[in-house]
Design a protein around this ligand. Structure first.
Ligand code: PFF
Length: 466
């Protein structure tokens, strides 16, 4: 308990849920989920996502949070306490946020830039062709915004678990929820007539977004949607990257873990669905079905065009939208940094403040290199997934496509077969709390999750193509 005190802790269940939801709700929800849903036949993707969240996502989240609370350690040292021979998993789980932090903060900086554009009188510029590319390839501006975003993140982590992370989440998460509900409702009221005279409404877009349409889908198409949904789940609930282990280690023993985990999952899934609700119908109204398969450019390229089409109200919506995205990104980048910092504190017995300074300087240096990847250090590489990559995409590929499925797979084997699920069940039920879905948990962690993860990993590294 003394060790736990010195490391800091959340003040209770609500603080923990808001901080963990703050981590989970991030760019993954507002930027990645809508474009994947739009690409993968809306309703079908959502259907698969929700089923996976309730089974696979629930098992992974429970495992990591319980490992953290049981050991009272950050990712770098926690796995060794579960089983000394498996300490390598901890190293990889710690490596993931190290790789992610610089480029997540860079993208966070892009969000700040767009937010700043909507506070000025030049917001129409963001809708022009080539604006986004022009910005990310410019030599200084992205670096400045990266530094601002990184410093905000560092200050929060510097202030500690309860006075920094928990506090900022307590303010930002409720505001975020209100903003996202407001824009979603507005999005549904839209309607627009294009040049050919066709009128499209937000409610039609809603139908496309929500109702599964399996017609004409091959088994192969369906497998692609399942794999996309699973990859998205990782990203979204912040597992396989040390974060939930670190956050779990700050949870007081009297907190009901199962209840908190359910709340975190519900929060994250609702925000993802609302993000889709706010973006997909709007894209459909102004750009039709073709606009929906835009991919990663959806948020930075398509949305500003839509805001511009909306006229004056679009400036306000753009302002509120990027403010909301910035909040989501900050509470997530804070958790990515915390996972790295907690590892350093536990392993090298350094204090929080010094650890934060070291990690911030590292992220600044690597972040600048990633920025330069779009100008001075520009090159193109073909990834095994078939896409063309710059430095940011390579880091994203290594962390999200390779290391995260690997860490999750090893975690399942460790808990399912070596340490046994009882390790987690005992932790969750400590203090007499109930473990709902216990049998489901055991089946998931021992059999289903490892098989799915293995297939995902093979597909990510290009050994399976479908
Ligand atoms: N879960 C957060 C999000 O959806 O953005 C945090 C996060 C996930 C950060 C994955 C980075 C990452 F690669």
């Amino acid at each position: 308990m003394k060790e736990q005190k010195n490391r800091g802790s959340f003040t209770g269940g609500i603080g923990f849920v808001l901080a963990a939801a703050g981590s989970a709700v991030g760019l993954g929800n507002v930027w990645r989920f809508p474009y994947l849903a739009a690409k993968d036949n809306g309703g079908v993707f959502i259907f698969c996502y929700i089923i996976l969240a309730l089974t696979f996502g629930f098992a992974m989240l429970t495992t990591e949070i319980a490992i953290g609370r049981k050991t009272g350690q950050g990712p770098l040292t926690a796995y060794a306490r579960i089983h000394p021979k498996w300490k390598g998993v901890g190293f990889f789980a710690w490596l993931v946020p190290i790789i992610i932090l610089p480029y997540y903060c860079l993208i966070g900086g892009w969000v700040l830039k767009y937010f700043s554009v909507y506070t000025s009188t030049h917001s129409a510029a963001a809708a022009e062709d080539g604006y986004f590319t022009g910005f990310i390839t410019s030599p200084f501006s992205p670096i400045v915004f990266l530094f601002i975003f990184l410093l905000i993140t560092a200050v929060v982590v510097f202030c500690g678990v309860d006075k920094g992370i928990e506090k900022i989440s307590k303010y930002l998460m409720p505001i975020l929820l209100v903003l996202i509900i407001g824009i979603s409702v507005y999005s549904l009221t839209l309607s627009h007539k294009d040049e050919s005279g066709v009128v499209r409404s937000g409610l039609e877009g809603l139908k496309i977004y929500l109702i599964p349409d399996f017609s004409g889908m091959t088994l192969n198409d369906f497998a692609v949607v399942i794999m996309d949904a699973m990859g998205q789940l990782f990203f979204s609930i912040s597992v396989a990257m040390g974060i939930m282990v670190a956050y779990g280690s700050y949870v007081p023993k009297n907190v009901n873990l199962m209840k908190s985990i359910n709340h975190i999952e519900i929060f994250d899934t609702i925000v993802a669905l609302l993000a889709g609700l706010m973006i997909v119908p709007a894209v459909y109204v102004f750009m039709g079905r073709e606009g929906m398969s835009q991919g990663p450019g959806l948020m930075f390229v398509s949305l500003p065009k839509i805001f511009d089409e909306m006229g004056k109200v679009g400036v306000v919506i753009g302002f509120v939208f990027f403010l909301m995205v910035a909040f989501a990104a900050i509470t997530s980048s804070v958790s990515v940094m915390e996972a790295v910092v907690s590892g350093i504190m536990d392993k090298f017995k350094l204090n929080r403040k010094l650890s934060v300074v070291i990690v911030t300087v590292y992220a600044m240096i690597l972040g600048v290199i990633v920025c330069l990847g779009y100008n001075k250090l520009y090159f193109e590489v073909k990834l095994p997934t078939g896409s063309t990559a710059q430095i940011l995409d390579i880091l994203d590929y290594i962390s999200n496509n390779c290391l995260m499925p690997l860490v999750a797979l090893l975690t399942c084997i460790l808990i399912g077969w070596i340490a046994k699920p009882k390790t987690i069940i005992d932790e969750v039920t400590e203090g007499g709390h109930k473990f709902g879905r216990k049998t489901l948990y055991i089946i998931m962690i021992k059999y289903v999750a490892p098989i799915l993860l293995f297939v995902l990993l093979l597909r990510s590294v290009g050994l399976l193509t479908f």
